[in-house]
Ligand binder design. Structure first.
Ligand code: ATP
Length: 469
């Protein structure tokens, strides 16, 4: 037998190892139902009938989402010396949105059905009539996607503010603060993760397009003239990030925007697209924003925003390369790509082949039964593991059912405590993808799991290794 599991290292490439998965062919309903069943994602305000396109992350979903954010932050901020982080407020001075162009240009043409009153994005309508009821449609009218609210007790024009539709502007308006306080040279990136809000006309496809979502954005400031090279660099970096975290290369592709499609601020732009159940769709956008934002903010605020390059002895306004990704959309792509169904001994097994770094739970401790002799040892094992790994303890129902529950949330390793464990102080580790099982001394369990979670092969070659029945 050969080692069966090579997943786990953040730097490993899932599509190049012995991948046990079937091609990604799953419909969204299955993902939505798994998410509900296993506490990943629930409809928002469900007991009130839900709120359209709003979703809540449950106990497992919140861990998965954190891991996606952490993986991004690790790759973008912690593992580099040319990027720093930032966390800016959601509500900003309205002048920011005038300068950025969001008040004037962040609009979609909208048509409304005269009979059922549903609204549609004019660009998405192929037929003459309403796609729902065939009714007559109005002429397109521009609809601003920003959510308006008012600050302070009086609702008047002057108090109108907006919920940010992207985190990027918080970075641009702090460019000078960061440059002067961090004493860094260009190229320098400033990264931010946080909530954004867009009053989308056609939200849907689960968490693919929602009105409240989380952005992971990097604004990478470079010397003009080096921008095209940096755009290529970031397109590759970002594409590889998804692959390293387990998405199969064949489910990803790059698409360059046509000249007529570029946003008002962009000189060039690539989308990383993923093959979602509804077809190829944007997962992340990487744009060359030129000097548009710093120039606009300098103009509207009256503050000079530039950079003095001491080595070259010149002052210039940097260009910006912006990789902009969605946490929720990434979570969805990771779930879809990890989803698998197979038959084990005549029974259906649903599992998520999530990368170890992303899996909500890393280890599940499962006593064979609730027998009073097993419980203290099982609890002891749990207490030993949980300071180092996100660990679950589950002793309800049959062991087979508990394995299946862990498979469905992508737990890479289950540790089983049985009656022999009381005698030989050994436990069984069972690996999610291969179902292979090995026995290890409790004393070595932590070290063993750590190595495997970091990518060491699950070596089921010894004669005493077994397979879950
Ligand atoms: P789309 O064309 O899908 O509306 P966009 O081009 O407007 O997206 P950007 O402004 O480039 O999106 O945002 C960058 C990323 O943020 C997207 O690639 C996506 O991952 C995420 N994102 C944008 N809008 C939403 C949304 N309404 N819901 C969930 N994620 C979103």
């Amino acid at each position: 037998m050969t080692p069966v599991n090579k997943a786990g290292k953040l730097s490993s490439d899932a599509s190049e190892k012995g991948d046990l998965r079937m091609p990604a062919k799953v419909d969204m309903d299955k993902i939505v139902s798994l998410c509900k069943r296993r506490g990943l994602i629930f409809p928002s305000s469900e007991i009130y009938g839900g709120l359209a396109s709003c979703w809540d992350y449950g106990p497992m979903g919140v861990e998965l989402k954190r891991n996606v954010r952490d993986a991004w932050w690790k790759a973008i901020v912690h593992e580099r010396d040319d990027v720093v982080g930032l966390d800016t407020s959601i509500m900003m001075h309205p002048g920011v949105w005038a300068a950025s162009g969001h008040i004037d240009s962040f609009t979609d043409p909208l048509v409304e059905c005269k009979s059922c009153h549903l609204r549609w994005r004019a660009t998405e309508i192929e037929s003459k009539g309403c796609p729902k009821c065939g009714g007559e449609l109005t002429e397109p009218r521009m609809f601003n996607l920003m959510f308006k609210t008012s600050m302070g007790p009086v609702e008047e024009e002057a108090s109108t503010i907006y919920l940010r539709p992207e985190t990027a502007q918080g970075i641009f308006v702090n460019f000078d603060n960061v440059i002067t306080t961090s004493r860094r040279k260009l190229p320098l990136g400033i990264a931010q993760i946080g909530k954004s809000f867009r009053n989308e006309i056609t939200p849907g496809n689960f968490v693919f397009r929602t009105r409240e979502f989380e952005h992971m954005e990097l604004e990478y400031f470079v010397k003009p003239g080096t921008d095209e090279e940096w755009l290529d660099y970031w397109v590759k970096e970002r594409f590889d990030w998804y692959v390293k975290l387990g998405i199969r290369k064949e489910n990803l592709r790059l698409r360059q925007h046509g000249k007529d499609e570029l946003a008002h601020y962009a000189r060039d732009c690539y989308d990383i697209e993923y093959l979602f159940p509804m077809g190829w769709s944007e997962l992340e956008g990487i744009a060359n924003r030129g000097d548009f934002d710093l120039i606009q903010h300098a103009k509207y605020s009256g503050k000079e925003l530039g950079y003095y390059d001491a080595e070259a002895g010149e002052r210039y306004v940097p260009y910006v390369i912006e990789p902009s990704a969605g946490v929720d959309r990434s979570v969805l792509a990771f779930l879809i790509d990890a989803y698998d169904e197979e038959e084990v001994e005549g029974e259906k097994r649903t599992l998520l082949h999530l990368h170890h770094y992303l899996a909500p739970i890393k280890v599940a401790v499962l006593p064979l039964s609730r027998n009073e002799k097993l419980t203290p040892l099982a609890k002891e094992v749990f207490n030993k593991l949980c300071p180092n790994f996100v660990t679950d303890y589950d002793d309800s129902q049959s062991i087979g059912r508990r394995y299946r529950r862990q498979d469905e949330i992508g737990t890479p390793f289950c540790v089983t405590i049985d009656f022999e464990s009381l005698e030989d102080k050994q436990v069984t580790i069972r690996e999610r993808d291969s179902l292979a099982q090995i026995r290890v001394p409790i004393e070595e369990l932590g070290k063993n799991l750590e190595a495997k979670l970091k990518g060491e092969a699950f070596d089921a070659s010894p004669l005493w290794a077994t397979r879950e029945k």
